[in-house]
Design a protein around this ligand. Structure first.
Ligand SMILES: Nc1ncnc2c1ncn2[C@@H]1O[C@H](COP(=O)(O)OP(=O)(O)OP(=O)(O)O)[C@@H](O)[C@H]1O
Length: 766
């Protein structure tokens, strides 16, 4: 059907398969049977065109197999044609396919129909590839079983050619066919591997090498005889000389030239690909370098930005410290309900937070700015680390107050007492960590001796209760106003602590006594405000003393009673909680607006927090928010409250430290004050006596001239003695009033104030 393609009448299986390997013959054949079924056949390239690649040849096979399958003829795998897969099964399949194609063609010719196909079975018995190779060692020594009989197939083609091919022509044609196949095989394998070494060779040398390599193989010896009759004649049959005609030589030459030019083109192509590849590689490297530069620039900018943000925050904190503002941190609890949508839109690393009602997305977003924001993944340790410096300043004599504020269930107790609400020693909150830290500092400072004492109270339904007393029901405490105008709890139990374990025991006791109960918003809701106060008194080796206190306040959570579903006792508690928080809000607002009157007296909570909110303490508010969209209103209210608190200026905090000299002077002042008080007492009783005597005398002698009051003479004498020149003499009454006011004053400022005034009057005493 396709004319001769270089096979002998009885080719071996390898020869047969090799002739079909490029798929050209198969495609041509099937196109004859079914015209156009393989529209594009990649043929052997002419000398002047691009050489076909192994891949393109593979395309031929693939297209052929698709067409065969479409005709429902027995098929084979493309890999069956590969040299390494020449086992009997593969060859058998290929032969079966070709035979069935042939019978299909014959049937079509006879009947013109495409009836069911009966194809011929392969004449090959299944044998292993090793057998096949070993049996076909020499050309022409094949047996009928080992070789394919293509006589019938070739008959048609040969009939059109000259009849009676002589042995010589036949052998030569065979040799040419073999030569073609060898070169084709080599080319295919060269293209498959694209081995640079092969392609680098001079094409003529390359073809020469290929040929000599192949021809040296045992099976091609007869071919060698054909090509080089002299050599062969001397070796084997000296009398049999095969003459090659000029035209045949020319053919061979042309073939070699074609191969040569193909190889050259291949080489050029390879060089071009290499150049392209190199330029691509260079471009890629340039791109990578540029990308690296860009990334470096971006990371530098990011670093700079972070640095600037950090500096900004530090400056802001410093400014707040100088102004003595209440510092505000905000902590966001993790979402408890996975079905809820978060109302937190963004948390910036500069302490900003943006919130939005997720159920009303059209409402405007609100942005708040605090000293620090802690996201839902922040750990207790991280929170403590940020508050540590503040807490540590207690040891340097500063009063410190940390307030946990927020709606019910937002995590205040979690932060202050730990996840278990302080009932377990395994998970700890700021309270415990702070005290632990204070002990660490006290042991590390060997030159200072510290005395640490703890008080723990709660404000439940507007009553102050001692949490460290065994019987809490009977320990209602009264808030007393001290001489310095501040409120305190002199009757609250003050427990000295020596170690963290003492603290733990006290805290567990306190938390056990604290009022808590379940609500719809929190299973274990704190129903009271708890205040843990740590009093620290330090004395160093030179006698300098410091005294300070740390208030750790866990406020009860504000709640909407419709949401907390509080009734009965819970409702009463909620009302008290909300009222006292509202009083706290009023105080904060008044402080923020710098009003002259601050309504501390409106609730027990504000009374007790007066020194922290309006004194010289360092105060930190830890605002807690729940991220659930359902709590958006409460979240907004907490954030607004915290924002207002952050504007409250307390003034620069002072350390309550006294050097030894000051203390001695103060003691001196105290002694002088006492002496003065005694003198005043004596004077007033003397005056009283004198008055009594005078009035009695007046009664007895009404006509007599009234005597000169002795008091005046006394005062004049003393004034003359001790008064400062140019200053008017002081009235003894005013001096007495002063001493009564200041004699009992305990706070530092008043004592210093008292000391100054006593100095003025010191001369009077002297
Ligand atoms: N940061 C957090 N990580 C994990 N769980 C938390 C966190 N904050 C709070 N919770 C959990 O949320 C629940 C409520 O917390 P918590 O009791 O501390 O709230 P609260 O603000 O003190 O409430 P209330 O004011 O009603 O006392 C608890 O189960 C607690 O474990």
């Amino acid at each position: 059907m396709v004319g001769p393609f270089g096979l002998t009448h009885c080719p071996s299986e390898q020869e047969f398969v090799a002739a079909l390997r490029n798929g050209i013959v198969l495609c041509k054949a099937i196109n004859k049977i079914q015209p156009g079924v393989v529209p594009k056949v990649v043929a052997n390239a002419p000398c002047d065109s691009q050489p076909s690649t192994a891949f393109q040849y593979f395309e031929n096979i693939r297209n052929f197999l698709v067409a065969v399958q479409a005709l429902k003829l027995p098929s084979f795998e493309a890999s069956d044609l590969e040299k390494d897969n020449l086992d009997a099964g593969s060859v058998g399949k290929i032969v079966d396919c070709v035979n069935s194609l042939k019978s299909y063609q014959e049937r079509k010719k006879c009947s013109g129909t495409y009836g069911p196909v009966k194809y011929m079975k392969s004449p090959l018995a299944p044998r292993s590839a090793i057998h096949v190779q070993s049996e076909n060692v020499t050309l022409g020594s094949s047996t009928p079983q080992k070789c394919l009989d293509l006589t019938e197939i070739d008959a048609e083609g040969q009939s059109s050619q000259n009849v009676g091919p002589n042995m010589e022509d036949c052998a030569f044609a065979e040799a040419i066919g073999k030569l073609q196949r060898i070169i084709l095989d080599c080319m295919i394998s060269c293209k498959e591997n694209l081995n640079q070494d092969v392609l680098k060779k001079d094409p003529v040398t390359l073809v020469g090498t290929i040929l000599s390599n192949q021809l040296e193989k045992e099976q091609f010896k007869p071919l060698l005889q054909l090509i080089s009759p002299e050599g062969a004649a001397t070796k084997n049959e000296p009398n049999q000389h095969i003459e090659c005609s000029n035209s045949q030589n020319e053919n061979r030459l042309r073939l070699l030239e074609a191969q040569e030019s193909e190889l050259l083109e291949l080489k050029t192509m390879f060089q071009e690909v290499k150049v392209d590849f190199r330029s691509l590689q260079t471009q890629f490297q340039d791109d990578i370098t540029e990308l690296g530069h860009n990334i470096q620039g971006i990371s530098k900018a990011a670093l700079g930005y972070n640095q600037a943000v950090k500096e900004n925050r530090n400056l802001y904190n410093m400014l707040q410290e100088v102004r003595g503002n209440i510092r505000v941190f905000c902590r966001i609890r993790p979402l408890m309900n996975s079905k809820s949508i978060s109302s937190i839109e963004h948390v910036g690393n500069d302490g900003s937070i943006m919130v939005c009602d997720p159920y009303k997305p059209q409402t405007t977003r609100k942005i708040f700015q605090f000293n620090q924001i802690f996201g839902p993944t922040t750990t207790q340790d991280e929170i403590y680390r940020e508050t540590q410096s503040l807490i540590r300043s207690v040891m340097d004599g500063y009063n410190v107050c940390i307030l946990a504020y927020g709606q019910t269930g937002s995590g205040k107790t979690h932060t202050m007492c730990g996840p278990s609400g302080g009932l377990s020693s395994n998970d700890l909150g700021i309270n415990y960590m702070a005290l632990n830290d204070l002990f660490t500092i006290s042991t590390s400072r060997e030159d200072v001796k510290y005395d640490i004492r703890v008080q723990m109270v709660e404000i439940y339904n507007e009553q102050v209760r001692d949490l460290l007393s065994e019987d809490t029901s009977s320990t209602k405490l009264d808030i007393r106003s001290s001489s310095n105008g501040l409120f305190n709890l002199p009757d609250a139990k003050m427990c000295p602590v020596q170690s963290p374990s003492d603290v733990m025991t006290l805290m567990l006791l306190g938390e056990k006594h604290r009022a808590s109960g379940p609500t719809a918003m929190n299973n274990r809701s704190s129903r009271s405000h708890s205040i843990l106060t740590v009093h620290v008194n330090g004395k160093d080796i030179s006698g300098n003393v410091s005294c300070s206190c740390l208030h750790l306040v866990d406020l009860a959570g504000s709640e909407r009673v419709d949401r907390s579903e509080a009734t009965g006792d819970r409702l009463k508690e909620a009302q008290h909680i909300n009222k006292s928080l509202s009083c706290l809000g009023d105080v904060i607002t008044a402080l923020a607006q710098k009003n002259s009157h601050i309504p501390y007296r409106n609730s027990k909570l504000t009374q007790l927090l007066q020194s922290s909110l309006g004194g010289n303490a360092k105060t930190l508010m830890l605002a807690h928010i729940s991220p659930e969209g359902e709590s958006y209103v409460e979240t907004l209210s907490t954030l607004k409250f915290a924002q207002r608190a952050s504007t409250v200026e307390l003034g620069t905090a002072h350390a309550n430290k006294e050097s030894n000299d000051i203390r001695e002077l103060k003691e001196q002042v105290e002694t002088l004050k006492k002496a003065l008080a005694t003198k005043e007492f004596e004077r007033s009783s003397l005056k009283l006596k004198e008055n009594t005597v005078t009035s009695e005398r007046t009664k007895q002698l009404p006509q007599r001239t009234p005597p000169r009051p002795r008091r005046l003479s006394l005062e004049t004498t003393s004034s003359e003695k001790g008064s400062i020149p140019g200053k008017p003499p002081k009235s003894p009454v005013s001096a007495m009033t002063f001493n009564r006011d200041h004699g009992t004053a305990r706070d530092k400022e008043c004592r210093i104030d008292g000391f100054n005034r006593t100095k003025i009057h010191g001369s009077v005493i002297q």
